[in-house]
Design a binder for this molecule. Sequence first.
Ligand code: SF4
Length: 62
Amino acid sequence: MTKSIIIDAYECNGCGSCMEICPEVFAIDEAEKAFLIDSEAEITDKVEEAAAYCAKKCIHFE
Ligand code: SF4
């Protein structure tokens, strides 16, 4: 089964690093939490890089 990108919004601190690395998939909402622009986005190298650089380690693949 294909994995999905999951953001733990509770842990997210809204730093914006994911959006800087991969703006086609991640954005920050008014509450300063990351969200997925496309909930069915593919896990590309950029998405994996964003997850790796997330200081809160709150981007998961499930
Ligand atoms: S890099 Fe992590 S902590 Fe920063 S906005 Fe993105 S999901 Fe949130």
